[in-house]
Design a protein around this ligand. Structure first.
Ligand code: NAP
Length: 307
């Protein structure tokens, strides 16, 4: 098997799926992404599998965007239990799946696929995982918050939909490509049609990622969520500079790291509370495990594996 050793973690490729050779214990679960070498999902899921004495293994697969359809088809042929999808596959995956559950269809993105009777069935655990993470990190519920989401990709769609479904006070989507932010906001408008009034600012708004627009919005939100890939690389700059942040804010960076991300460091500099995506990773992983095996995920075992 052509295995690339990356930071002491095994990363498989489409070529491996095409020329599959059984390992022991057999690999029957995985995460498809590009890049994917940074993923901590194998660590968490393998700890859960071991805890439940399920004799299969979960691995990372570096799958380029134009390889996704074939990789999913091969996973099905090879009788995988399922896969997780990460950047950049969550939205594109929908066209390759046989079934998509109603929540993932509404969100327009899937981060987990279960393979049932030869069918690829997509779901989304990112949104619910995010809601649980915010409660755990900041002891608040989304319904009480004015939220700004940075990004309009797969993760941002799930997070924004979760905020909308929870009835959050206010939602702003800020994206480099403002048209995509607008599209996401239009999909969610139905959830903000109620009579609640919030002073002069609209309850639902799309903006570009420019400093003037961000500065204005930051005075009118409580929670800022980074759902762009800025932060995946240790040398990335903060998606919002510290000079724009303020102490009343909660900052949640979906990028995860064992050390503080650039966004968390900026929050710290501004006196704001912050957390990174480890907690969301944990909760979406636990929900994925429960979808695959219809049994309770060993949350504390999975949390310990992350440490
Ligand atoms: P995606 O679908 O590819 O979307 C990426 C989004 O980020 C797009 O809106 C894109 O804007 C924006 N973007 C990309 N590069 C940018 C840059 N240099 N500056 C500003 N904006 C940029 O990716 P995704 O699946 O949503 O993942 C996004 C992030 O969320 C990743 O870092 C991923 O690791 C993280 N995530 C974490 C968890 C967790 O459990 N912690 C779960 C899911 C996702 P345009 O539309 O303008 O291209």
């Amino acid at each position: 098997m052509t295995k690339k050793r990356k930071r002491a973690r095994d990363v498989y490729t489409l070529a491996d799926l095409q020329n599959w050779r059984e390992a022991k214990p057999p690999i029957r679960l995985g995460v498809f992404g590009h890049p994917v070498a940074h993923s901590l999902s194998p660590k968490i899921q393998n700890a859960a599998l071991k805890h439940h004495k399920i004799d299969i293994r979960y691995a990372a697969f570096d799958i380029a965007p134009d390889q996704l359809g074939e990789a999913l088809r091969l996973a099905c042929e090879l009788k995988f239990v399922g896969v997780n999808l990460t950047i950049p596959h969550k939205i594109a995956a929908l066209e390759h799946l046989d079934e998509v559950d109603p929540a993932a269809r509404k969100i327009g993105a899937a981060n987990v696929v279960a393979i049932r009777e030869g069918k690829l069935v997509g779901s989304n655990t990112d949104g619910a995982g995010f809601g649980r993470a915010i409660r755990e990190e900041f002891s608040v519920d989304l319904q009480d918050l004015r939220v700004m989401v940075l990004g309009a990709g797969g993760a941002a769609c799930a997070i924004a939909a979760e905020c909308a479904l929870a009835g959050c006070e206010r939602l702003v989507v800020a994206n480099r490509n403002a048209e995509k932010a607008m599209e996401l906001v239009e999909q969610l408008r139905v959830y903000f049609a109620g009579p609640r009034v919030l002073g002069p600012v609209p309850r639902l708004q799309a903006i570009g990622l420019d400093e003037a627009a961000l500065r204005f919005q930051i005075a009118n939100v409580d929670l800022i969520v980074n759902a762009t890939p800025l932060g995946l690389h240790p040398t990335d700059a903060s998606p919002v500079p510290a000079r724009l942040l303020a102490p009343h804010l909660m900052i949640y960076d979906t990028a995860y790291a064992l050390r503080a991300t650039a966004f968390e460091r900026a929050a710290n500099e501004a006196g704001a509370r912050s957390a990174n995506g480890l907690s969301m990773l944990l909760h979406q992983a636990a929900l994925s495990f429960e979808l695959w095996f219809a049994r309770e995920a060993p949350l504390e075992v999975m949390r310990a594996a992350l440490r």
